[in-house]
Design a protein around this ligand. Structure first.
Ligand code: ATP
Ligand code: MG
Length: 476
């Protein structure tokens, strides 16, 4: 057998070894100790904690609540797909596919990509699972996405989106419903002020194609004066020139052909129904004739909710109609519309969300009453109250710690007259009222009622004195 084990280094091989044990000795040789540096997080990823994490969770919880009001069903998709899922549906010429994808070959030799967006994966799932049977389908999801971008505030390499899609509805009512839902979400998050819905139509396939040809014609005449990026876009994705932030390109944007001059009657009617639907729902919008979406499959409605409160990363939510996508993945013609919003950007607008106030801190004064504290806290939590138990450290420390949690009330568990058959004493201090509370008599009586079956009872009269409750072991 060829020498291949890690212990057979070249030197060991060169000399005959008298004992087979030598091999073990060699393998037992201490490894070189690796340097003890801590590996750093990947550039463009984030570790979120505290108030920021609360804001993140608040965005997701609000989204979950709102999507249920609109009866969108949850779906979960894998974070990675075959690369073709994205390259075929997004188009090779988009920034996302050409520059931003995390693609790699797996051990089986397949080219896989960490999802840079949700829609393509949802379309793939729709086709491979036969979700057509549920059409029209309203879907919602959220989770991490990956794009190789230059990290900065509001722009990360792993970021998170909430996402909604309506698949199988060709009518503009679907576009309206999605936009009204987005508007309600922003209002419920309390960030709607200063966020504007920018709305455009790209028309149907024929309108879009005619507009595209006019844009190519127009920009061709100024080709040499355009930025290098836009000269390339001119060949591959001319609509994207309208998106350019480069001053050399911006100089021409004002005079560029407008989609309105190329809209077919049908496309005009479609857009009219979208805007009148928005007006009926009281959703404010602003026409943005140069707004295009970077992805090739968009038709008709295109929109963004933008703000100037986030600096350069001002788009918080974007989407539109993508009637051509499912076909691009080999499925039947299936109209669809959707949007996605960056959770981090929404959370930045929301600002710090304080943790909810703690209901009750339980201070266990005597060791040995831990199990009682466990019973009480379990009961309280099952009854829907938040509880922290403080049962270690010096007495002073325990009270300090309890106060630091800033609870609504502190419940103290003390041992008492164990000899006399008393077991423990509960006192409850309502922090707002700064006194032993009788008002909580009912609540505490409720607590105490659970102890009876556990073998304890209390004398309710004790409570009237406002001095707490004494638990006794009751005679079996
Ligand atoms: P941008 O113009 O900011 O690059 P985009 O057009 O690439 O945005 P979409 O693909 O439409 O963005 O994604 C929808 C939303 O997801 C954006 O409006 C934004 O809130 C968020 N988003 C996109 N890319 C990132 C990122 N790298 N980091 C954080 N959030 C992002
Ligand atoms: Mg982008």
């Amino acid at each position: 057998m060829a020498a291949s084990g890690p212990v057979r280094n070249s030197l060991a091989h060169a000399f005959p070894r008298p004992f087979p044990l030598d091999e073990m000795a060699l393998s037992a040789r201490p490894m070189e100790t690796p340097p003890k540096t801590t590996p750093q997080a990947i550039r463009g990823t984030q570790d979120i904690f505290g108030a920021e994490a609360e804001a993140f969770a608040h965005v997701v919880e609000t989204f979950e609540r709102v999507r249920k009001l609109y009866r969108f069903r949850r779906a979960e998709m894998p974070v990675f797909e075959k690369t073709a899922v994205f390259s075929r549906s997004l188009g090779e010429t988009t920034d996302v596919v050409s520059k931003e994808m995390y693609s790699f070959e797996d051990r089986g030799g397949d080219s896989l990509t960490l999802r840079p967006e949700f829609t393509a994966g949802i379309a793939r799932a729709y086709l491979t699972n036969g979700w057509q049977q549920h059409a029209p389908l309203k879907l919602a999801t959220h989770g991490p996405l990956f794009r190789y971008e230059r990290p900065q505030k509001g722009r990360y390499r792993q970021f998170h989106q909430i996402d909604t899609e309506i698949i199988g509805v060709p009518e503009p009512q679907a576009d309206v419903e999605l936009l009204v839902m987005a508007d309600q979400l922003l209002k419920e998050l309390g960030v709607a002020d200063g966020v504007t819905l920018m709305l455009n139509t790209l028309g149907d396939g024929a309108s879009r194609e005619a507009w595209r040809a006019a844009l190519v014609h127009f920009f061709q005449a100024h080709r040499a004066e355009l930025s290098e990026d836009s000269q390339e876009r001119l060949e591959k994705n001319p609509l994207r020139i309208l998106d350019s932030k480069d001053p050399r390109d911006k100089a021409f944007l004002g005079d560029a052909p407008k989609i309105d001059d190329y809209l077919s009657g049908e496309a005009q009617e479609f857009f009219g129904k979208v805007t009148s639907g928005l007006d009926a729902a009281g959703v404010k919008w602003t026409r943005a004739p140069a707004l295009v979406r970077g992805l090739d499959y968009y038709r008709h409605t295109a929109f963004e909710f933008v703000t100037d409160r986030l600096g350069a990363q001002g788009t918080v939510l974007g989407g539109g109609r993508y009637d051509g996508l499912i076909e691009a993945l080999g499925g039947p013609h299936t109209p669809a519309v959707g949007w996605a919003a960056g959770i981090e950007r929404l959370a930045m607008l929301v600002g710090e969300v304080p943790e909810e106030q703690l209901d009750i801190a339980i201070v266990v004064e005597a060791d040995g009453l831990d199990t009682l504290a466990t019973s009480i806290s379990t009961y309280l939590r099952q009854a829907g109250r938040s509880v922290h138990v403080v049962a270690i450290g010096s007495m002073r420390k325990r009270y300090e710690k309890a106060a630091k949690f800033d609870p609504r009330g502190i419940l103290v568990i003390t041992d008492q007259d164990v000899e006399a058959g008393h077991f423990a004493r509960l006192t409850y201090k309502d922090i707002a009222k700064d006194k032993m509370s009788d008002a909580n008599a009912d609540a505490i009586m409720q607590i105490v009622s659970v102890f009876y079956p556990l073998g304890y009872f209390c004398d309710p009269r004790m409570f009237q004195a406002g001095e707490g409750i004494t638990l006794k072991s009751h005679p079996k």
